[in-house]
Design a protein around this ligand. Structure first.
Ligand code: 8Y7
Length: 277
C-alpha cells in the first residue's frame, strides 16, 4: 500500500489509476448553454466513473497548439460549476487542469482533489494558491508556450532537460512549504517535443520515479501516436494503450486518457500479474 490523500479521498499508488479526460466544451448558444454543457459533462463523468476512473480531469483552457487564450472569468465560469456538480453526485476525485490562481483557489473550495498544472505552477500566484490547499499537485513539463511549442523543439538531452526542469519546480514547491509527497511528476508528452523526444521520455520514466515522486502520463490519442502509426485521431486507441502499458511497466501510476474502460481493464490485468506471488 502506498496511500496518497487527494482531498476527501485517497488512492493506493502502488496500483495503477485511470484519470478520465472530461471535455468541457463551451456552448455556443447563450440561452440555456450553461445547462447543456453541464449536463453533457455530468453524463460523461458518470460514464467514466462507472467504467472505473479514479479521477476525472476537468479543464477549461485548451492547450492545443494555436488555441485561443481564455480569460480568468471564462475559465472560472466553465470549470467551477462542473467541479461542484461532479462532487455533489459522484464518489470520484476531481482534478482541475488549470494554471490560474483564482481557479485553483475556487476549485479547492468546491472539493477538487488534485491540481493538474501544465505550467507547473509558474504563473503568477499559482504556487501560493496551491500551497494554501493541502492538495497534491501534478507538475508537468512544457517547453515554450502552447501557441508555439511545436515549432522546432530542441533539447541538449531531452530526458536530462525535462528532469532538471521538474527538479527545479520540485525545489520551488519545497521552498514554499509544499512537501515532495504531495507532488506528482509528468514529462508532458507532446508539449514542445518531437516524436523522438516523446519516445525517449517514455523509455526513461525511471528517471522521474528516482526523483521520489509518482509519475502521471498523458498521451491519449496524441500526435505522437498518430505519427508513429500513421493514423488519424479516431484510430489511435490501440497505440495509446501500447504506450501506456509500456509506461506502466516503467513505473507510471496515473494515466490520463479519453478511453477509460479499455485502460481500466488493461491495467487491472497488468497489475494483477505484477502482484502475483
Ligand atoms: C496533458 C495534460 C493535456 C498531459 C497532464 C491533450 C491538460 C492535451 N495533456 N495534463 N493536459 N499531462 N498532466 O491532448 O499530458 O490531452 S491537454
Amino acid at each position: 500500500m502506498s496511500l496518497m490523500p487527494f482531498g476527501d479521498k485517497s488512492l493506493d499508488l502502488s496500483l495503477p489509476h485511470v484519470m478520465g479526460i472530461l471535455n468541457v466544451t463551451p456552448d455556443s448558444f447563450s440561452d440555456g448553454g450553461a445547462f447543456n454543457s453541464l449536463d453533457a459533462a455530468l453524463r460523461q463523468s458518470e460514464k467514466m466513473v462507472q467504467e472505473g476512473a479514479s479521477i476525472v480531469d476537468v479543464g477549461g483552457e485548451s492547450t492545443r497548439p494555436g488555441a485561443a487564450p481564455v480569460s480568468i472569468q471564462q475559465e472560472l465560469d466553465r470549470v467551477l460549476p462542473i467541479v461542484e456538480a461532479i462532487k455533489q453526485r459522484f464518489d470520484v476525485i476531481v482534478s482541475v487542469d488549470s494554471s490560474t490562481a483564482e481557479v485553483i483557489q475556487g476549485a479547492a473550495h468546491l472539493g477538487m482533489g488534485l491540481i493538474n498544472d501544465v505550467r507547473a505552477l509558474e504563473r503568477e500566484g499559482a504556487l501560493q494558491a496551491a500551497a494554501k490547499t493541502s492538495l497534491p499537485i501534478c507538475l508537468m513539463h512544457m517547453k515554450g508556450m502552447p501557441q508555439t511549442m511545436q515549432d522546432r523543439p530542441d533539447y541538449v538531452s531531452v530526458v536530462d532537460d525535462v528532469a532538471s526542469y521538474l527538479m527545479s519546480r520540485v525545489a520551488e514547491c519545497e521552498s514554499i512549504g509544499i512537501s515532495r509527497s504531495r507532488l506528482i511528476l509528468d514529462p508532458g508528452i507532446g508539449f514542445g517535443k518531437t516524436l523522438a523526444h516523446n519516445l525517449l521520455l517514455l523509455k526513461h520514466i525511471e528517471v522521474f520515479k528516482e526523483m521520489g515522486a509518482e509519475v502521471l502520463i498523458g498521451l491519449s490519442r496524441k500526435t505522437m501516436i498518430g505519427e508513429a502509426l500513421g493514423l488519424p485521431v479516431e484510430e489511435r486507441l490501440y497505440g495509446t494503450m501500447g504506450a501506456n502499458a509500456s509506461a506502466y511497466l516503467k513505473g507510471a501510476r496515473i494515466f490520463r486518457v479519453h478511453d477509460v474502460k479499455p485502460h481500466v481493464e488493461m491495467l487491472a490485468l497488468m497489475s494483477r500479474i505484477e502482484r502475483e506471488i
